[in-house]
Design a binder for this molecule. Structure first.
Ligand code: TRP
Ligand code: SF4
Length: 544
């Protein structure tokens, strides 16, 4: 549906006004390529990608996110989401990590949560609206919804004063409520004002060290400590919904935030009392090795039948004969050789990560069926991996641990700027603020670049390029709302040559004007709701 060559921040714009910071991961002006994202996620890549309106085609620009970073394609699990949001249906939400957990909870009416954060560095705009909508949708699906103001981050990483932060924070919150967030059901907070959050950040900080932040974010000796603190604060944000009770939690963000998500997933695992993995024999194996072991086991157990035992040395021979040599194969063959006559048998293993002796003992007692207890792990033969994870979490919580479930994420595409190229907060004509005067919004759409042809004649002949058109994006991401038919009609008429850009922009401009007028009216209506909400609007930190 969209052609995407720009990059930017979680909110859909980049922030060319900000000073580049060492390793600032969401920075993406021309001079600075986010180090943690592949080329495909940056403005330097002008690879051509054409998508159909429903986002099922391949995405050259985003492919590396899948290939190199292990983000999964959202389309592949769309069918598992009950009543998916239009941003999901249209491929605007294109990727995820572990969102199946959340979808499963939705299907089974089990608890789940959604959380995202906003740095109050400017006006909320149509890029932020994507994230607001995602949070609100999860809330309407029955999830616990959290929206936070990342004021510590804005202060430390962007140098915003507390006065500026207060002003912008209010604007974000009003737009969020105006779009339908229910502050009584959900939770709003600001980082600076949440003691529980900061305590959690402190705990998590004990599991991360400087070298790691250096690797992930490119931090250096020049990076100030508060900036680092804002990273552990974000880690705490991401796990915060689970403080009362562990539950699947989705973090809707732009792909620029993926490094944060990965680190949070790592930290969640590090705080766990017990790790749970699959294993095939007494030795440890990594994921690739486990796949080989699984293949060898499947083939050999078929050969020898139920009664006979598959031995490690036979699996070594089998892998030697059947698999092409590579590092994983060679190392697993060596391990199997050493294990010799030991039986090869699938099992679920509990690893002792941070468990107290008492918790370890309690886990041993709690495991039903055949088990083998070792110094630092327990092998079980009658538990599924999922049941094992639940059991581990239960024992952990009984013994004073957090029991975090690894957080999930969903990623949305960044919008193209109205003037072509990137949507940038520093170029007002390139984006539409939710606070723009409706007439200005109208004018900006009218002045937008399009994917149209040079002449009307050519357009009728060849059709327009909706996939490369920022105006079409406006329809798909916002103006068509939930109406898929309307979005598809615009697309089909455009590429079929029936729609000309002048009229198309006029229609979009009018819709934008209406949207802004209505939104701003609603903002006024929710002022009281915000006053009553449990969030401090005036920071008492005024020294800058
Ligand atoms: N770092 C995010 C940004 O740059 C803001 C943020 C803070 C956030 N904490 C979060 C986003 C937790 C998602 C989840 O905008
Ligand atoms: Fe874009 Fe509309 Fe022109 Fe098609 S007709 S290129 S969607 S402005």
């Amino acid at each position: 549906m969209t052609r995407h060559t720009d990059s930017g921040r979680e909110d859909g714009t980049d922030s060319t006004t900000a000073e580049p910071l060492p390793g600032e991961i969401s920075e993406s002006d021309d001079s600075e390529v986010p180090r943690t994202l592949p080329d495909g996620g940056t403005a330097t890549d002008d690879g051509e990608t054409t998508l159909d309106p429903w986002g099922s085609a391949t995405v050259a620009d985003y492919r590396k996110l899948f290939e190199e970073f292990g983000i999964e394609e959202f389309d592949e699990m769309l069918a598992e989401v009950p009543d998916p949001h239009y941003l999901m249906r249209r491929g605007v939400i294109f990727g995820h990590r572990d969102y199946r957990r959340v979808a499963r909870a939705m299907q089974n009416d089990e608890p789940f949560a959604a959380l995202s954060g906003f740095m109050p560095t400017g006006d909320p705009h149509i890029g932020h609206k994507l994230v607001f909508d995602e949070l609100i949708w999860h809330q309407q699906q029955g999830g616990d919804a959290y929206a936070l103001i990342a004021d510590l981050e804005a202060n430390s990483a962007r140098g915003m004063t507390w006065d500026e932060i207060d002003e912008h924070a209010r604007d974000y919150l009003l737009s969020l409520l105006a779009l339908g967030f229910d502050p009584e059901e959900g939770e709003l907070y600001r980082q600076s004002d949440n003691r529980e959050l900061q305590d959690l950040a402190f705990e998590l900080g004990a599991s991360a060290n400087f070298s790691e932040l250096e690797n992930i974010y490119g931090f250096s000796g020049e990076t100030d400590v508060s900036h680092m603190q804002s990273v552990v604060t974000q880690m705490a944000d991401i796990l915060y919904p689970q403080l009362d009770e562990p539950k699947p939690t989705v973090i809707p963000v732009g792909p620029d935030q993926d490094p944060h998500v990965r680190l949070a997933r790592d930290l969640a695992a590090r705080t766990q009392f017990f790790g749970v993995t699959k294993a095939y024999a007494s030795f440890e194996a990594d994921e690739e090795e486990r796949e080989l072991l699984a293949a060898a086991y499947a083939a050999l157990s078929e050969e020898v039948g139920e009664e006979e035992t598959v031995r490690c040395e036979d699996a070594a021979d089998w892998l030697e004969a059947e698999m092409a040599p590579d590092d994983a194969r060679d190392s697993v063959i060596a391990k199997l050789g050493e294990a010799g006559k030991e039986p090869l048998r699938p099992r679920v293993r509990f690893l002792d990560r941070n468990a107290t002796d008492e918790a370890f003992e309690a886990l041993i007692d709690a495991i039903e069926g055949e088990k083998r207890v070792f110094d630092e792990h327990i092998d079980t033969f009658e538990l599924s991996r999922e049941d094992a994870e639940d059991l581990a979490r239960e024992v952990e919580m009984d013994h004073g641990g957090y029991g975090f479930v690894a957080p999930s994420s969903i990623y949305h595409r960044f919008m193209t700027g109205l003037t072509g190229g990137k949507m940038s907060s520093s170029v007002p004509a390139s984006h539409i603020s939710l606070l723009d005067d409706p007439e200005d919004g109208y004018d900006k759409v009218k002045a937008a670049t399009t994917g149209g042809r040079e002449t009307a004649e050519k357009q009728r002949e060849l059709g327009g390029r909706a996939d490369e058109c920022p105006v079409y994006e406006l329809y798909a991401y916002l103006l068509a709302g939930d109406d898929d038919e309307f979005a598809k009609e615009v697309y089909d008429e455009c590429v079929g040559g029936e729609r000309l850009c002048g009229d198309c922009k006029e229609q979009a401009a009018q819709l934008m004007r209406e949207f802004l007028a209505e939104h701003q009216e609603k903002r006024e209506e929710v002022e009281d709701l915000l006053e009553q909400a449990d969030i401090e609007l005036d920071s008492d930190r005024k020294r800058d």
